[in-house]
Design a protein around this ligand. Structure first.
Ligand SMILES: [Zn+2]
Length: 159
């Protein structure tokens, strides 16, 4: 299996396979120094581009320094990520022909004001690289409550 980095229609550079990959194959490891969430926030406070990958509950992040950091997001990806014993693998979820760009769903979270627009071009593109759960949270945060409740008396039941 050979991976190469070249320009991509999705975003700047992308990662491509030069040979066919079978479903279930580990394509690459997302590797790099491990930072605490706070360290990463301080390091990349003013940086528009980051290659951070949250481990477990997100308190530790991998500061990507590897081939896998060039893999682009797609809403209809050919790979997924697996976390095994603190290591992150990009694994094929279907057979991938030679020459195809490797992609996985970033499922972004915690991006502040960044809209993280998606350009993956998939038919079922959700328009953002945030996870579905994060998108729901963001929607809820911007929605204003519309229901009036008036003043209600609350009576406590007595035993
Ligand atoms: Zn998309």
């Amino acid at each position: 299996m050979g991976l190469i980095i070249r320009s991509s229609a999705i975003h700047a550079a992308g990662c491509y396979t030069t040979s066919p990959i079978r479903k279930g194959t580990r394509v690459a490891e997302y590797d790099g120094p491990r930072l605490s969430k706070d360290e990463a926030d301080t390091c990349y406070e003013d940086s528009p581009i980051t290659y951070l990958f949250g481990l477990g509950d997100g308190s530790i992040v991998i500061d990507g320094h590897c081939m896998a950091m060039f893999i682009n997001h797609s809403c209809d990806p050919n790979c997924e990520t697996e976390e095994i014993d603190g290591r992150v693998w990009i694994t094929a979820i279907r057979d991938i022909p030679a020459g195809e760009e490797i992609t996985y769903d970033y499922c972004l979270y915690d991006g502040g004001d960044d809209e993280a627009h998606c350009n993956c071009g998939a038919r079922k593109c959700r328009g953002t690289m945030y996870s579905r759960e994060e998108t729901r949270k963001r929607m809820a945060a911007t929605r204003k409550p519309r229901t009036r409740r008036g003043n209600r008396k609350t009576t406590q039941a007595r035993a």
